[in-house]
Write a protein that binds this ligand. Sequence first.
Ligand code: SF4
Ligand code: SF4
Length: 442
Amino acid sequence: MTNDQLQHAIDLLRPSGDSRLLTHLNSCVHCGLCAESCLFYLATGDERLTPARKADLVSSIYRRYHSVTGKLLPWLVGARELNSESIDEMVELLFGSCTLCGRCTMHCSIGVDVTFLVQTGRKMLSEMGLVPATLQATVQAAVETGNNMAIPVEDYRDTLQWMEEELTDEVGDPEARIPLDKPGRKILYTLNPREPKFFPLSISAMAKIFYAAGESWTLSTRMYDVTNYAYFSGNDGEAALIADRLWSEMKNLQAEQLVLAECGHGTRAFRWESPNYLERSFPFPVMSSVEYIAGCIREGRIRLDPEKIRERVTLHDPCNLVRNGGVVREQRYILQSFVPDFVEMTPSGIDNHCCGGGGGMLSMSEYNEWRMKAGSVKAEQIRRTGASIVVTPCHNCVDQLIQINAFYKLGVRILTMAEIVADALIIEHETRIAKQSRAPLK
Ligand code: SF4
Ligand code: SF4
C-alpha cells in the first residue's frame, strides 16, 4: 500500500464533503442498544462484534485526522491512527463480521446509520487495495467476463437449451421456449449466475411462469447477471460499470421493462443504487420477479393449485429486498394465495434476521466459520417454525440456507419463490393461447 492510497482513504472521511457522513460519524452515544440487533453478536456474545464497535472503528479514525481534539489529544477522544493494527481490525470487523443487513440501523435509538459507516469503512479499504481477495476475485470475474462466475457463453447456452427441454416436458408443449437475445420483447429477465452454474431448475421454473402467463420475454447472452458484488467491495466505479451493462442491454434489446431475478443485493444495487452510481434516472420500469409473480396472480394471468403444497412453509426475508428495499407484502401475498399452512418466522418482515450470507460473506471463504456461526440465529428461527419448506426470494440466501440446513441438521427443503410457484402452477393451454392472442409476442 502506498502513502497516496492511505491518504485517499483518510480523505474519504473529510468533513467538508458529505454532511450525512459527518452526522453519522459524530452521533453514536454508546448506549449499546444495537448490540442485540446483530446476528454476529447474538451468535457469539463477543462484544467486539457489536454494531457500535464497528461504527466506532470508522469514527475513531475520522476523529484522529479530522477533529482538533483528535489531532492534539487522541487518547482523550478515543482517536486511532490508520495503521496496520487498525486496518487489520477494519478488514476483520467490516468485511468479516458484518453482512450490511441494516438491522442495527433500524434499531438504533437515535438513528445512527451503522451500515453506512461500515460501507464507508469498506470504501476506505477498497481505496487501499485491501478488499479480501476472494470478494475482489468475484468482482473481477464480473468486470472481465460479464458474470461473477465467469461462465463461458457456450456453457450458458447449453444450460438454457437443456432447461428448455425441461420446460417443454413440464408444460407438455414442444413449442415452449426459453427465448434468448430476442429484440423488442416486453420483458428482459436477468439471472443470478448461480442459476446456470448450480441451480438451473430455477431458470426453467421462472420460464414456466412466463409460459403460463403468456408473457413476451427474453434472456440475454451478453448481460444477464443480476448481481453486483462491487456494491459490497466498496468500489463505486466498478459497481457503476457492472450496472451500466444492464442499462445498455435494455437499450440493445429494446425491451420495455426489466425484471430482476431473485437476488436481494442485486435488486438493491441495480434498482436503488445504480441511478446514484450513474447519475441518471431510469427510462424504463424495473421490478423484482417477486413483484412480477404477485402481479400475475392478482391479474389472473396465472393460477395456482392450493392442493399442491401440503407441507408447512415459512419465508426467509432477504435483508436487501425487504428491510433495505421495501418489498415486503408481495412475497406474502403469493404464498398466502396457495399455501394452506404458511407460517411466519419470529421476527419477520423488515425486522427479520439476516441469514448470515449477505454483504459478500458467501464469496469470502476465509470467513466461512464465522458465517456458519452467525447462521445459528437463522437456524433457530427456522426450527421454531416447525416448517419443512423454507422459501426465500434470493439465490444468495438460498446458498447460505442450504449450508445452514446441512450444518444444523434442520431437515428442511429450501426453495426460491419461482420454484414453489412453478410446482403449483396450473397450466391451461387454451387460456394461455387466448392470452397470447390478446398480447401477441413480438
Ligand atoms: S449491518 Fe447487520 S451484521 Fe452489520 S453490524 Fe449491523 S446488524 Fe450486524
Ligand atoms: S444504538 Fe445507536 S447510539 Fe446506541 S450504541 Fe448503537 S449505534 Fe450507538
